[in-house]
Ligand binder design. Structure first.
Ligand code: GH3
Ligand code: MG
Ligand code: MG
Ligand code: MG
Ligand code: MG
Length: 320
């Protein structure tokens, strides 16, 4: 019975590992001055389909961490020549945050205070030696799941659900940073605000679902037109582009091309709605564009004012 229970829980953990590792290759860095420990850990990680980069030297490990950008997990021994595990973790944490890189200390030391030392220096977890495969599996999996959860949470809090674009929150947070960086480099920044024309009519005439399709269509087009710029949905049918480039004429050209493209490219309506309208519907957008230094809200204000002018002047146009 005990064996069966233990097998069941192993299966359960293994299925969790499968979920965590399914869609990508996970890379771990293992540091231990004992050859036999390295062999066991490498073997256990291989059973979880995790690629292990193994070294006996914490100094080499720090260098490897700088080269290999996609390492998600570090497993570190404590008693090693030249640098202790705790010191190694302290060094790593000067550059790599806990939320992106999980570190697990592993040691057979008699010193009962070692666990706390590891955790205080920035390790996410600790596994005492000797350990069973089951315990190893549980700890590794939980730590990888935690990284996934944090990544997912960040994605959700920064992304607009309907379009997959960055949302208002991300835009104002990161946009302000970009603007300040540009100001420090003595460069002005360009911001465009885009709003769909007569959007309420689309909702009224075709329903909210079709309105959503129009918003998604516009978002996709923006992603292709402005692939290397910061593009976000900041309101219902209101979008922004913060340009990384400085050439004013280039920016105005591509905005004008975008406006014309939207006007000339009707999007596909779904079944019922398409019957009366050749299956396709064209929308137009109005755009306000402004340049400024340092203050995103001030820049927004000017761009918004120009958007309003574009609307007042008859819509489907760019005011800069
Ligand atoms: P204007 O040319 O002056 O911009 O006219 P408009 O009708 O587009 O006016 P406005 O920009 O004020 O319209 C915004 C409308 O967008 C109001 C709201 O009902 C609708 N809306 C906001 N968010 C969503 C959404 O996620 N989906 C859909 N379908 N409609 C939305
Ligand atoms: Mg050792
Ligand atoms: Mg309006
Ligand atoms: Mg509108
Ligand atoms: Mg609007």
């Amino acid at each position: 019975y005990v064996l069966k229970r233990s097998l069941n829980s192993l299966e359960y953990v293994a299925s969790l590992v499968e979920r965590v590792t399914r869609n990508r290759q996970i890379k771990a860095l293992v540091v231990d001055d004992s050859e036999s420990s390295l062999t066991i850990i490498r073997h256990y990680l291989a059973r979880q389909k995790i690629t292990a980069i193994c070294t006996k030297s914490p100094v080499d490990a720090l260098a490897i961490l700088e080269q290999e950008k996609d390492i998600q997990l570090v497993l570190s021994d404590h008693e090693m020549p030249h640098m202790s595990g705790v010191e190694f973790v302290t060094q790593i944490r000067k550059k790599h945050r806990k939320e992106k890189l999980a570190i697990i200390g592993i040691s057979g030391s008699e010193d009962k205070t070692l666990v706390a030392h590891f955790l205080k220096s920035g390790a996410n977890d600790f596994i005492p030696k000797p350990f069973s495969y089951e315990e190893f599996l549980c700890r590794v999996t939980q730590n990888l799941q935690m990284l996934d959860l944090i990544k997912e949470t960040l994605y959700v809090s920064n992304t607009d659900y309907l379009t997959g674009l960055y949302n208002r929150r991300y835009f104002f947070e990161s946009g302000q940073v970009l603007l300040q960086e540009a100001a420090v480099a003595n460069q002005s920044s360009y911001l465009a605000v885009i709003d769909i024309d007569y959007f309420k009519r689309i909702n009224d005439q075709f329903g909210h679902d079709v309105g959503d399709l129009a918003i998604s269509f516009l978002a996709r087009t923006m992603q292709t037109f402005f692939a290397s710029e910061l593009v976000a949905r900041i309101g219902g049918e209101e979008f922004v582009i913060l340009f990384h480039r400085q050439e004013k004429n280039e920016i105005l050209d591509v905005l004008e091309q975008f406006r014309a493209h939207i006007e000339q490219t009707p999007f596909q309506l779904p079944g019922a709605a398409s019957a009366n309208h050749d299956g396709r519907l064209a929308i137009t957008v109005s755009i306000g564009c402004a340049s400024g230094n340092g203050d995103l809200h001030a820049l927004m204000k000017v761009a918004d004012l120009r958007l309003y002018q574009a609307k007042k002047a008859g819509r489907n146009r760019l005011v800069a």
